[in-house]
Design a protein around this ligand. Sequence first.
Ligand SMILES: *Cc1c(COP(=O)(O)O)cnc(C)c1O
Length: 417
Amino acid sequence: MINREQCLAWDKEDQLNQFKQHFALPEGVIYLDGNSLGAQPTAALSLANHVVTQEWGKDLINSWNTADWWGLPTRLGDKVAQLIGADSGETVITDSTTLNLFKVLSAAIKIQAEQYPERKVIVAEKDAFPTDLYIIEGLINQISQGYRLVLIESNEDLYSLLDSNEVVAVVLSHVNYRTGYFYDMSAINAKIHEKNALVIWDLCHSVGAVPMELKQTDSDFAIGCTYKYLNGGPGSPALLWVNPKHQEGFWQPLSGWWGHQQPFAMAQHYQPSQGIRRYLCGTQPIVSMRLIECGLDIFLSTDMQLIREKSLKLTDLFMQLVEQECSEFGFTLITPKQHKHRGSHVSFRHEQGYAIIQALIARGVIGDYREPEVLRFGITPLYLGYEDIWNAVQHLKNVMTHAEWKNKQYQIRGSVT
Ligand SMILES: *Cc1c(COP(=O)(O)O)cnc(C)c1O
């Protein structure tokens, strides 16, 4: 049996304990949604103030140079690179994950069309975050050259498709947004490359949550959000990484002036930038982008291995406590128990999932709900401790014991669920 005292003792010896002070969270809230919208770094408020009053308010247009607004996509990209196992000059922060998928998939298709023109299959997961599937559909439709999307449900599906030698590219979520399933990047890359296909990793639920080595494992492309585990702020621009071996080969079709080799030459024709900047399109939301640095600097002052160790301990604890305290309430764990296949959130299925989440939120325990019937709890080791997990599970137990979820108001769906 695990008890509260044990959790308090773990908090005491926790090396990451002091990081909580770098995040602004309301009193009385246990925030288990940092995988969807990361908490606010306390430094964000004063930086936002500086950006608005000084950089925009006083320095005005000079800030493109004096505050290096122009260099932000690559400067921040080089910081993110340190968290994803990439080198400088390979990553940009720009646009959204959705748009960035369009760019890198275009690149993958174009590169492959030169060598394997007969290949027409794009592979993605049936359980992918839907925007990824929609973009693949949209791009296939747009280029109209007989490409088709084939959905997989398992690694076996992937391997047998690869055996057909028809696969152009595979789009995978490094950590699944719903179940928390975590791919072995190195093993999957090897399988995909063995059959001369390319891989695009969607890192939305893994960047800032698990250590990774994009380059060492020879990944081809990666995209991902900065507003989830990286605490960049709502809607902050996304990351895009390209293996340098593919960087020069192709320029992406959203060929706007920010990706031009000489943007201020105002030339009549597009000439892609030599480096990763060719993946930029147009003017970026600078105020939002500026704030990403606060979260990144916190991550760079710690260690992804330590974060991973604590994440696994916290997710283990969450699973064990739900089993110990809530076994009679019908929750089905859908997150892998195996560490090597678990990201940093824990999900359960329950037919009253939606109402249970609403009842928890009313108690200050913020998790979220995903169709179908999934309760999802994000675990962010930099601002959550062991006692928080204990308390969250006690709230869950109370919601179930007193059937609080039956309250009518918890059945009402908001426009964002
Ligand atoms: C959150 C998420 C997205 C969201 O993309 P946006 O362009 O930021 O809306 C895409 N893919 C996955 C896997 C996600 O979890």
